[in-house]
Design a binder for this molecule. Structure first.
Ligand SMILES: *Cc1c(COP(=O)(O)O)cnc(C)c1O
Length: 458
């Protein structure tokens, strides 16, 4: 960053380096860059930094600002709720109108057997909660040895000790001495990367049967639950083959293993239905959710549980000794409820499915002529572009991540926010994105990929 900065931006960057230790950041390289890019305001699908540069937000923040930025109704609801009741807890047999109404609204969007909601403040807390809840549940039903959680390599389930353990991110595991005991990982259904000569359908079955093999190895009496994102997000928008989830349903049922669908990204419309489990046909017992629940306007998460688990907790559970001060925070609940109202009134879920999904898919497919684009794929408004050294053999660049990092930087230069997961460029735009903005986005990605190919000597 060689250009001269205005004083405001410079002072913020210096203060950031001095005091602000941010998450998922290489702090040394941030300092070498002269501090962070500072995003100051947003409207619709666009962001502006302190230097006045505009960006099309291809990521909806971090997969969350589904209704887009600048929603006055959400600000008004928060304002009103803060004046009326800024805080009260939901412990010890109390509730607030907002927390009750939100639980009812979410239950109305879920499949019929999921009716009880437990509120938390993030996706990570939702996933910590499910481990507490499932262990408690199997104690109650007299199976105290049934405790192991199975998950997948390259899954993302959050960043607390338990949720990072449930996740399958090697780098996170290495830094945290994770996973904690009682959590094991199987292969992911990543056909493009791992499918070799198999058809997607064959490979989907193979990846699902890795779950059955591990259950049989450990003993079904030891395995409590399997957790998976309907579509892996942070792992690189990995859309499983169609055979995958039906086979996972069968395996979980047959072996008495609870199925957890982590809907933190897919929930609230991202795949073209209210939940990813509806799009992919997942028969889940437990559903953690966050991000799109409030479109990121305030922090909130939730866990939905099946009627049969709820029945056990209610009839035999006693006090569930778990909760956070801000569980069911009335302002976050009121905003989440209004967010759902907006999505319903504007038909945003139908918009994703019926008008935007194909447009994104076709737009991304136009990039396939570029020599370093190995595959493009999308489901609803979740998309990915695989950058590879050799298309024909699907050979990745070495070191992995360099091309992705360069491409992400070129996207920023173009005025587009995209994220790189290794060398997979991922997209998750707000649902209010227009056809014209998708065309704009694809043109900017094309220019960024062409520049990346030149940088990589291709
Ligand atoms: C983001 C994410 C989480 C963690 O949510 P936080 O609110 O960041 O704690 C969990 N699961 C999935 C699938 C996610 O994408």
């Amino acid at each position: 960053m060689t250009k001269t900065l205005d004083n405001y931006t410079r002072s913020l960057r210096e203060a950031a380096i001095a005091h602000h230790l941010p998450p998922f950041t290489d702090h040394k390289s941030l300092e070498a860059d002269g501090g962070p890019r500072i995003i100051e305001k947003a409207d619709g699908c666009y962001l502006w930094d302190t230097e006045g540069k505009r960006y099309l937000d291809g990521m909806a923040g971090l997969w969350c600002v589904n209704v887009g930025y600048g929603r006055e109704r959400l600000a008004e609801v928060a304002h009103k709720q803060m004046l009326e009741l800024p805080y009260y807890n939901t412990f010890f047999k109390t509730a607030t109108p907002a927390s009750v109404m939100l639980s009812e609204a979410i239950a109305g969007l879920l499949p019929d057997h999921l009716n009880q909601l437990h509120f938390v403040n993030s996706g990570s807390e939702a996933n910590d909660t499910i481990v507490r809840l499932v262990r408690h549940y199997f104690n109650l039903v007299g199976k105290p040895d049934k405790k192991v959680f199975l998950s997948r390599h390259n899954a993302y389930h959050g960043s607390t000790m338990i949720s990072a353990s449930l996740g399958g991110m090697a780098g996170m595991h290495a830094q945290g001495d994770l996973p904690l005991p009682g959590i094991e990982h199987i292969m992911q259904p990543y056909w493009y990367g791992d499918g070799g000569d198999m058809s997607p359908e064959e490979f989907g079955l193979k990846a699902a049967r890795a779950l059955e093999e591990r259950i049989l190895e450990l003993g079904a009496d030891k395995v409590a639950a399997f957790i998976g994102e309907p579509v892996q997000g942070a792992g690189g928008v990995i859309i499983p083959p169609e055979t995958y989830w039906p086979e996972i349903n069968r395996i979980c049922k047959e072996h008495g293993v609870l199925l957890v669908a982590d809907e933190v990204i897919c929930g609230f419309g991202r795949t073209g239905n209210w939940f990813g489990l509806q799009t992919l046909g997942i028969e889940a017992d437990i559903v953690p959710m966050a991000k799109g629940l409030s479109s990121g306007y305030l922090p909130i998460g939730a866990v939905a549980i099946s009627d049969s688990i709820a029945e056990t907790l209610k009839t035999q559970g006693g006090e569930f000794a778990h909760g956070m001060t801000y569980s069911g925070h009335p302002v976050a609940c009121a905003v989440a409820l209004e967010n759902i109202n907006i999505m319903k009134e504007e038909g945003l879920v139908d918009r994703v499915r019926d008008t935007m999904a194909d447009r994104l898919n076709e737009g991304l497919a136009t990039l396939n002529d570029l020599p370093i684009v190995g595959e493009t794929r999308s489901l609803g408004l979740l998309g990915a572009i695989e950058l590879v050294a050799d298309k024909a053999t699907r050979t990745k660049f070495d070191p992995l991540g360099k091309a992705g990092g360069l491409c992400r930087d070129h996207c920023f230069e173009q005025g587009l926010v995209m994220r790189a997961c290794g060398d997979t460029m991922v997209l998750s735009p707000p649902f209010v994105i227009t056809h014209q903005q998708i065309d704009e986005l694809v043109a900017m990605v094309r220019a960024a990929i062409e520049q990346t190919a030149r940088d990589m000597g291709m």
